[in-house]
Design a protein around this ligand. Structure first.
Ligand code: AMP
Length: 279
């Protein structure tokens, strides 16, 4: 399994490649959610490239960039076992050789990037769009695989690709959960044993809201009840909202296909999740 750390050898490999290439960007500390995306990539393309890069540009100054879990050796073993053909592990000097002060930043579409995480993480989606753009330029894949765990990110990148007339096909991968409902996340590794016990309540609350909002119309009250039960259990909630899956506009009534979105802290660790109202 070749592991590229520089652009010249990556491009050389790309030019000699037979068949289509699917690309799965990650920040490492890989788990079953990432592996499901790798398997989806392998089912859709002859070649699969996974990037592992903790992108400083998408972290705010008060956020957990230095604390973010890194486990490169273990990640590479998992990818090898999953049949990944190639890994790209750039570093900051390669991605941002002139630092961030004078960098051309790609701005995300305003209406999609303003609410939810965009309202709580200034500059986050500009950082995401910039790094995804750079990686796409370097890798030139036919298919870009993104997980529905980061649903807002998926919608923003889909619109960026459409707005910029990029030819890459964006393929969403379903959100993968532990048996207890907790969405797999690299940040779960940061939870204390007590927090880990509590964490599945986030998914359970969203699942309950998704069911109840099929028949109950008082969305504001439902959202408040969900927020209250999370906060009673020790979460600090950033947002808990029902939104349209395409436009991400707030909804005041439940419709099949709409999504409940939440972000909440357990201690220092920020978790996000989303659950769709069944079709
Ligand atoms: P990250 O390493 O957290 O930046 O995530 C890399 C990719 O994996 C993104 O497209 C995420 O949406 C996706 N991903 C992360 N966790 C999950 C999950 N539990 N289920 C599905 N996709 C996921």
């Amino acid at each position: 399994m070749p592991i590229f750390k520089d652009i010249a050898s990556l491009r050389q490999w790309r030019q000699s490649l037979q068949g289509t290439l699917a690309f799965v960007p990650t920040m490492g500390n890989l788990h079953e959610g990432h592996m499901a995306l790798v398997r989806l990539a392998a089912a859709r393309a002859e070649n699969v490239l996974v990037s592992i890069y903790v992108n400083p540009l998408q972290f705010g100054p008060q956020e957990d960039f230095t604390r973010y879990p890194r486990s490169l050796d273990k990640d590479l073993q998992q990818l090898h076992a999953a049949g990944c053909s190639t890994v790209f592990t750039p570093d900051d000097a390669l991605m941002y050789p002139r630092g961030r002060k004078d960098l051309s930043i790609i701005m995300p579409p305003h209406s999609l990037a303003k609410p939810l995480c965009g309202a709580h993480r200034a500059g986050h989606f500009a950082g995401v769009c910039t790094v995804v753009n750079k990686l796409l330029q370097m890798i030139q894949p036919e298919i870009l695989i993104l997980g529905e765990k980061d649903y807002q990110q998926l919608r923003i990148v889909q619109q960026m690709v459409a707005d910029m007339n990029m030819t890459v096909q964006v393929l969403p991968g379903p959100l993968q959960r532990e048996a207890n409902g907790l969405a797999y996340s690299s940040r779960n590794a940061l939870l204390s044993p007590d927090e880990r016990q509590m964490a599945p309540l986030l998914a359970a609350t969203l699942g309950d809201l998704a069911q109840r909002s099929r028949s109950e119309s008082a969305i504001t009250e439902l959202a408040q009840a969900g927020r209250d039960s999370l906060e009673q259990a020790g979460f600090v909630v950033d947002y808990l909202e029902l939104r349209d899956s395409q436009s991400l506009q707030l909804l005041d009534h439940g419709v099949p296909g709409a999504r409940w979105f939440a972000a909440a802290y357990l201690g220092q660790t920020r978790l996000i999740d989303n659950v769709m109202i069944p079709l």
